[in-house]
Design a protein around this ligand. Structure first.
Ligand SMILES: Cc1ncc(COP(=O)(O)O)c(C=O)c1O
Length: 383
C-alpha cells in the first residue's frame, strides 16, 4: 500500500523497542514506563458509572462539559493561584492531544518550534506532523536541564513561533524555578512567541510548589498550559487531559477537535470532575510515596560506580549520568536489560543532550525498586 509521502518513513520509537523487550521477559523489572503503578481510586470509577447511569451517554460539547471545565479552573486556582474561566479550557483525549491541537492551530509550514531538551519524545513527531520545524534547545546538567533566557535567545530566528517547555520535566524529573521562568518569559514576550507549557506532572513537585508558567506576569495571554489526570490521578487509560489558554486559541483548537474526536467521553469527564474536586489529599499521599522511592533510588545510584544522580525535584523520574561507566546511554540501557534484567530508557531518546544519561521511572513498588537497585549495582560493579 502507498502512504502519504510525509509519513512513509514513520517508525516506532527506540523507546518502544525497550518496552517490547521488557514485556517479553517476565524477569525484567521495568523502570521504563511513565505511568503510575497505582490503579484509579474506586470512588472515581464509581462516579463514571453513576454519571453513565444518570444519562451521560450522549455527545457532549466539543470543548468539554462546562462544569468539568470549571473544575479544571478551580483546581488550578485553588492549588496554584492560576485564574482562568471555562471559556479558556478545553477537555482533551489526554494531555498529548493538547499539544497536537495547539500546534495544528498555530503553525504555518516551516514555522519553528523550539523544544527545550531533553523533552518528551512525541513532541518531535507532533511538530513534524503539523508541518513545523523542530529547533533543538539543548540544556545541560549544570543548569538543571532547564533552558535559560540566554540559551533561548540564541536559537530565535524570524521563523520562531512556539516554545515548548515542561516542568516538572519528563525525562529529567527536574523543576524550573521562578527566576528562570521570569527570564524565559521576557524572551517569549520580546519575540512574540507562544509558550506550550507541559505541566502534566503539576501534582508531583518536591521542591517548593508548582509554578504555572502562565502565572508569570505577561504570560497568561501567550501560554497554553497542558495538563491532565493521567499522572496526578492515576487515570492514564481514561485518556483525560485538558488545555488552559487564551480563549481565541481554545476556540480554534475546539473547531479542529470537532473534526478529530468530536469531544471526549462524557462519563469519563464526570469522573475527572469528581477527581479534580475531591482528590487533592490522594494526590498528596501519592506524591509522598513517589518522593520516598525517588530519594531511595537516587541515594543508591549515587553510591554506584560510574553513576551520578541529582536529587529528585518532581515527577517520578530520575535521570542519572552514566558516562562514568564508559558506556553510551543506548549501550547502558540495552546491556542493563539483557545482563541485569532492569529496563531503563536511554537519554538520547529525549533529545541529543540526553546522551550520557538514562531515565528511570520509579513507578514500581519499593520492594521491586530495592531489587532493581541491587541489580543495577551488580551490573555497574562488573563493568
Ligand atoms: C511530559 C508529558 N506530556 C504529556 C504526556 C501525555 O500524557 P497523557 O496520558 O495525558 O496524554 C506525558 C505522558 O507520558 C508526558 O510525560
Amino acid at each position: 500500500m502507498k502512504f502519504a509521502e510525509r509519513f512513509k518513513d514513520v517508525k516506532p520509537s527506540g523507546m518502544l523497542k525497550i518496552f517490547q523487550a521488557a514485556e517479553a521477559d517476565p524477569e525484567v523489572i521495568s523502570l521504563g514506563i511513565g505511568e503510575p503503578d497505582f490503579d484509579t481510586e474506586p470512588d472515581i470509577i464509581d462516579e463514571a458509572a453513576r454519571a453513565a447511569r444518570a444519562g451521560f451517554t450522549h455527545y457532549g460539547p466539543v470543548q468539554g462539559l462546562p462544569a468539568v471545565r470549571q473544575s479544571v479552573c478551580d483546581y488550578w486556582d485553588r492549588r496554584y493561584g492560576l485564574k482562568s474561566t471555562p471559556e479558556e479550557v478545553q477537555i482533551m483525549a489526554g494531555g498529548i492531544q493538547s499539544a497536537y491541537l495547539a500546534l495544528q492551530a498555530l503553525l504555518n509550514p516551516g514555522d519553528e518550534v523550539i523544544t527545550a531538551e531533553p523533552c518528551f519524545g512525541p513532541y518531535f513527531d507532533q511538530i513534524y506532523q503539523n508541518q513545523g520545524k523542530v529547533v533543538h534547545l539543548a540544556t545541560t546538567a549544570e543548569e538543571g536541564f532547564m533552558p535559560s533566557a540566554e540559551s533561548l535567545e540564541r536559537v530565535i530566528t524570524p521563523k520562531s513561533r512556539v516554545l515548548m517547555i515542561c516542568s516538572p520535566s519528563n525525562p529529567t524529573g527536574r523543576v524550573m524555578d521562578r527566576a528562570r521562568m521570569e527570564g524565559i518569559a521576557k524572551v517569549v514576550e520580546k519575540h512574540d512567541l507562544i509558550a506550550l507549557s507541559d505541566e502534566i506532572y503539576d501534582a508531583l513537585v518536591y521542591k517548593g510548589n508548582h509554578i504555572p508558567f502562565a502565572s508569570i506576569p505577561g504570560m497568561k495571554e501567550r501560554t497554553l498550559t497542558m495538563g491532565g489526570l493521567s499522572k496526578s490521578h492515576c487515570m492514564t487509560g481514561w485518556r483525560l487531559g485538558y488545555a488552559i489558554g487564551p480563549a481565541p486559541l481554545i476556540r480554534v483548537m475546539t473547531l479542529l477537535g470537532a473534526n478529530q474526536t468530536y469531544g471526549i467521553n462524557v462519563s469519563a469527564q464526570m469522573a475527572a470532575k469528581y477527581a479534580l474536586d475531591n482528590h487533592d489529599h490522594k494526590t498528596a499521599e501519592r506524591a509522598k510515596i513517589f518522593f520516598e522511592r525517588l530519594s531511595y533510588c537516587s541515594d543508591r545510584l549515587n553510591a554506584m560506580k560510574g553513576i551520578k544522580c541529582a536529587p529528585p525535584e518532581g515527577a517520578f523520574y530520575l535521570f542519572p549520568d552514566v558516562t562514568g561507566t564508559g558506556l553510551s546511554s543506548e549501550d547502558f540501557a540495552w546491556r542493563l536489560i539483557r545482563e541485569a534484567k532492569v529496563a531503563v530508557l536511554p537519554g538520547g531518546a529525549f533529545g541529543e543532550c540526553g546522551e550520557g544519561y538514562v531515565r528511570l521511572a520509579c513507578t514500581r513498588s519499593m520492594d521491586d525498586l530495592v531489587k532493581a537497585m541491587d541489580r543495577v549495582e551488580e551490573f555497574a560493579k562488573g563493568l
